[in-house]
Design a protein around this ligand. Sequence first.
Ligand code: GLC
Ligand code: CA
Length: 558
Amino acid sequence: MTDVLDTARETTNPTGDANWWRQAAVYQIYPRSFTDSNSDGIGDLPGITQRIPYLQQLGIDAVWLSPFYPSALADGGYDVDDYRDVDPRLGTLDDFDRMVAALHAAGIRLIVDIVPNHSSNRHPWFQEALASSQGSAARARYIFRDGLGPNGAEPPADWTSTFGGPAWEPVGDGQWYLHYFAKEQPDFDWSNREVQDDFLTTLRFWSDRGVDGFRVDVAHGLAKNLPDPLPSQAELDASDKTSGTHPMWDRDEVHDIYAAWREVFNTYDPPRIAVAEAWVEPSRRARYASSGGLGQAFNFDLLEAEFDAEQFRAIITYNLAEAKASGSSTTWVFSNHDVIRHATRYGLPPRAQGEIKKGMAWLLSGGTYPLVDEEAGLRRARAASLLMLGLPGSAYLYQGEELGLPEVADMPPAKRQDPTYFRNPGVDIGRDGCRVPIPWTRGRPSFGFSDHEAHLPQPSRFADYSVEAEERDPRSTLSLYRRALAARHELQSEEELVWVEQVNDAVLHFVRPGEWHVVANFGTIGVPLPDGEVLLASGPVELGVLPGETTVWLRTQA
Ligand code: GLC
Ligand code: CA
């Protein structure tokens, strides 16, 4: 690694603060659905650059950009053909550089998504593997196994992919390859030196172009130890996922990979940051978040919880303690490109609110509008978001949540794109409903997203959720987020909170340093509002009363 150490890196970062990420508000952009600058119906990088004033006014600290690499879009861009280029439909490397420079000039940092568990089947390495013989070096970069039975006609194991359907795909010569996700996403073999080195090259490539950090896709899946013969799916399901010895998930040696990545990150000033997408036992998250590893890990606990005071409090307490022990800061997230938007989720029956899969199935089984209580959903989402923005740690927001945008459940099947919908017929509604292009104006064809129709259909009610409609309304969700993010900047200090005990179980009240109080009423009946100056409220607050499903920020005199 000396080659990177001896070149002094130039940094274009807004400031050199190495801890900028600890309590940052990070805004996720799903680029194909953000803004289309050239009227082809697909959002692109110049579109993001155009919207920087909006991001600045929103008050976020960083952007997390979902994959923008060349891709056939078998999985929304998480099937990468080339890790060191921009999809021509989204722009060029020059457009990327211009976007980074403009973001930095606006004081906004950039985190890019990196997808190391699998490439796409169009990646030159996978194409080479297909053209090469069994046992070749080209096949060793992926996970190939001989099929069972005569001529290897049967899969090497009965495994199911995460997206549904079989996880092994035949290549026609008796061998099969492993794909945890879609069949267009062959899994890499991370014990392969070339794979390891190539990702270090990729991390340097983007870091040299000025990116401030990486969101690491499926971070818990890279290290695998597949015994011969392979276990059955039932045996895999029964294997312990908490000891670091499961054949595929969350193995201890995955951290050797991240230790090597950390060496690269630390050659930059400030060090590049990383956040792990690791769906692991909460107690094992700290390994990913350690300063010798990726440094931070997503905590999806609130996303998987119901709108419930007791669940929220337990999750907050646990995660703050965990983060403290690991030396990292915690992360909060309610929505992203994989789950039902929280404004809709909180309008579902309680049990479906916290179980994303169940929620998806429920939406599909006729639980469409108006069966979802949209009004309650949005009221609860606003209360939950205002509480979350008051917490210590970093807040990850997903494009459109600042508009209170609902999930689009009622979409013609022919318009859907997500493989999880097609691979689970009648069971999973898929993730397209949270990936619909966001509305900027009230007007058609696509509410200011493009001059063209959007690539996923937008319902007409999106007009009322548009930036144009909301920015004039002081009670809108956009106004709430803008004010909350601005106030958070002023108020955020040490990563601490103290609970104020309540007689009413439906109320959570904590204080942050500086006499900053956050009080959330999860119940439906109003409760007495504690003393203090009301800085912000997620809904109308009457004199002396905190209404149900409402959060307030208060300040008292020290
Ligand atoms: C992650 C991404 C998801 C993608 C999957 C496979 O979970 O967030 O969108 O489908 O990885 O790359
Ligand atoms: Ca475009």
